[in-house]
Ligand binder design. Structure first.
Ligand code: NAD
Ligand code: UDP
Length: 314
């Protein structure tokens, strides 16, 4: 039995990862400061004797004994990460230093939840790992983008200087049950708006694109990446290469919810990337042929079910 630390474990992705790691017979420690995560995401795990919850902030060091660390702690939606930009940088950078220091002392494997945002507003399409990105270092998204880029640097430095066994996952837009209903991300926004028959807020003309991956496909990939041999460090793109315009997404959500909502066009946020699609050739090669299995339509149906239940009970 492995003892595994998941930072940000009470968040959207972290809670699914904790669940899956427990199902596979591991001892799981979930660390979270509950900034964007919530106990309701993990309350069903609390009765499992192999699950522990630690309220802690990754910007502070922690002493704990584990075999593996998944470092997910960081707000991920633009509204949340821009709420306190300095804290977002601290969480990414100091959080990485603290978790890497822990991994170094324990000789533990450590995986970083990096992001497609390291590519910024990409000039190369689709994005391979070899692309260095096009990031504005002083814009409203930079606390997140540059924080995550610096975390990648630290991971590689700890690997090269201290032989820490690192894995870097560059995660593209992922959605599913337990997304925060008010975090402003496009999938949760559109579904909540459609269920409430409110206007669907499309920013810009809705021609900007994203590639959406269902959470179960990501969790599978993260675990496969952690289990790769020592030589594999990444970065590795993890995403669904099927690309949709935001307007296509809006129309699909309208169709699947049967909503009477109308589309309302709003101004496009500053530095909003125009297009994004992962090149997942490397992931397929390194992760035993992994590729996303859940199509957008099917994943949206499951996510809509979740939000209908959530909103009914709130
Ligand atoms: P989330 O906001 O639901 O989860 C983040 C979790 O980290 C929350 O539980 C939050 O309370 C916790 N947290 C934040 N700051 C912390 C701190 N200082 N100390 C301890 N805990 C802290 O977001 P998510 O979508 O689950 O994202 C998880 C990770 O995956 C993040 O690192 C994010 O950058 C990365 N990621 C997510 C996506 C996506 O599409 N969901 C895409 C790329 C990368
Ligand atoms: N978006 C939108 N309406 C919304 C929320 C987001 O049109 O209510 C757009 C946003 O401008 C961006 C895309 O959807 O182009 C994805 O936004 P999200 O915040 O989910 O992710 P990110 O921009 O970080 O990829």
């Amino acid at each position: 039995m492995k003892r595994i630390l998941v930072t940000g474990g009470a968040g959207f992705l972290g809670s699914h990862l904790c669940e899956r790691l427990l199902d596979e017979g591991n001892d799981v420690i979930c660390l979270d400061n509950f900034f964007t995560g919530s106990k309701s995401n993990i309350v069903h795990l609390l009765k499992n004797p192999y699950f522990e919850l630690v309220r802690h902030d990754v910007t502070m060091p922690i002493f704990i004994e584990v075999d593996e660390i998944y470092n997910l702690a960081c707000p991920a939606s633009p509204i949340h990460y821009q709420y306190n930009a300095i804290k977002t940088v601290k969480t990414s950078v100091m959080g990485a230093i603290n978790m890497l220091g822990l991994a170094k002392r324990l000789k533990a494997k450590i995986l970083q939840a990096s992001t497609s945002e390291v590519y910024g507003d990409p000039e190369i399409h689709p994005q391979p790992e070899s692309y260095w990105g096009n990031v504005n270092p002083i814009g409203p998204r930079s606390c997140y983008d540059e924080g995550k880029r610096c975390a990648e640097t630290l991971f590689v430095n700890y690997h090269d200087q201290n032989d820490v066994d690192i894995k870097i996952a560059r995660i593209f837009n992922t959605y599913g049950p337990r997304m925060h209903p008010n975090d402003g991300r496009v999938v949760s926004n559109f579904i909540v708006q459609a269920i409430k028959n409110q206007n669907i807020t499309v920013y810009g003309q809705g021609t900007q694109t994203r590639s959406f991956m269902y959470v179960d496909d990501l969790v599978e990939a993260l675990i496969r990446l952690m289990n790769t041999n020592n030589g594999v460090t990444g970065p590795v793109n993890l995403g669904n290469p099927n690309e949709f315009s935001i307007l296509e997404l809006a129309n699909l959500v309208l169709e699947l919810t049967g909503s009477s909502s109308k589309i309302s066009y709003q101004s496009l946020p500053v530095d909003d990337p125009i297009q994004r699609r992962p090149d997942i050739t490397l992931a397929k090669k390194l992760l035993n042929g992994w590729e996303p299995r859940i199509q957008l339509r099917d994943g949206l149906i499951k996510t809509i079910e979740y939000f209908k239940d959530l909103l009914k009970n709130s």
